[in-house]
Design a protein around this ligand. Structure first.
Ligand SMILES: C[S@@+](CC[C@H](N)C(=O)[O-])C[C@H]1O[C@@H](n2cnc3c(N)ncnc32)[C@H](O)[C@@H]1O
Length: 287
């Protein structure tokens, strides 16, 4: 007699994707993250249309927006997304990208505390408060997130964070790891990069760490490794380090602050760089 086949379950069942479920599988986690990103992009596009539309079209757009919000909710909301993302950070799954930044900071000699104050760091998109605990003797980290999961993580939208009035409130290091790809609107991604520039102390020792899922730069119709590096460069950064593998999942970069030399027109609008049916549409626009 053939063995009885186990009944198939939906990959992204909302019950198993809910925050707190310790047994969530890798497949469910990936499906939750991917569906969440897709819905965020659709929501941003609808919001953009809504801000331009008038009259009867509004009702249709509002209805579609309501449906997207309901779908995000049924996935388990941002808590489920963050729970799924935190599984990707677990040591069994390759660890979180803070290890890459720490090793680069070590190479730059920042781990040798000098007579001056510890470098101030802003960690945007912190799932846990202790990613940089191991360097607390030489870095003063301020973790923040749209949705704080711990009292030590400031709950704030970085896109709404006021620009510092004094250098004292600026940072020496900003970590923006796997956050840009969460932001649904390409123009908001560009704004986020410009804000990182504005929140860093205006000196070449200031550093920006960025991580993106590799397909954002390796498999997009509108973005390549080279385009991304030139775009970040035009905002006012010089590349220091870069790390990714052909078969890897993420790409990491470390940049130094420099004066902005003016945004090039090529980064203001979307241009087809790589055609192909299996490519994604990730892009960043800088206005
Ligand atoms: C995939 S997790 C990244 C976690 C971690 N930084 C890492 O590298 O693994 C993305 C996080 O960014 C946060 N996030 C997205 N947009 C944000 C914003 N505008 N301001 C602050 N946090 C944001 C999300 O809430 C989420 O917790």
């Amino acid at each position: 007699m053939p063995a009885k086949r186990p009944r198939k379950r939906p990959i992204a069942s909302s019950a198993s994707a809910k925050a707190g479920s310790a047994t969530i599988s890798h497949k469910v986690a990936q499906a939750t993250i991917s569906s969440y990103h897709t819905l965020l992009k659709q929501r941003s596009a609808l919001r953009r249309q809504l801000s331009k539309a008038a009259g009867t079209a509004d009702i249709d757009l509002q209805t579609r927006l309501g449906k997207i919000d309901a779908q995000l909710e049924s996935l388990g909301g941002i808590e489920a997304y963050q729970h799924a993302s935190s599984l990707g950070q677990s040591s069994q799954r390759g660890g979180d990208t803070s290890r890459v930044l720490i090793s680069w900071l070590n190479q730059l000699g920042l781990n040798t505390p000098g007579p001056s104050a510890k470098p101030r760091m802003l960690e945007i998109g912190a799932l846990t408060p202790d990613n940089y605990q191991s360097c607390s003797s030489w870095i003063e980290n301020s973790p923040m997130d749209l949705n704080s999961r711990h009292p030590d993580i400031l709950e704030q939208d970085f896109l709404q964070r006021p620009i510092p009035a004094t250098e004292q409130d600026q940072f020496d290091i900003i970590s923006c790891s796997l956050v840009l790809n969460f932001v649904g609107d390409p123009a908001d991604r560009g704004r986020m990069l410009k804000l990182c520039h504005a929140h860093l102390r205006s000196r070449p020792s200031s550093l920006l760490f960025i991580t993106l899922p590799l397909p954002c730069v390796a498999n997009s119709r509108y973005m390549t490794h080279d385009h991304f590096k030139r775009l970040v460069g035009s905002i006012g950064f010089t590349l220091v380090e870069e790390q990714w593998r052909e078969s890897g999942k993420v790409a990491c970069w470390l940049w130094r602050w420099r004066e902005d030399s003016g945004i090039l027109p090529e980064f203001r609008s979307k241009k087809l760089l790589n055609d192909g049916k299996k490519r994604n549409n990730f892009t960043i626009l800088v206005e």
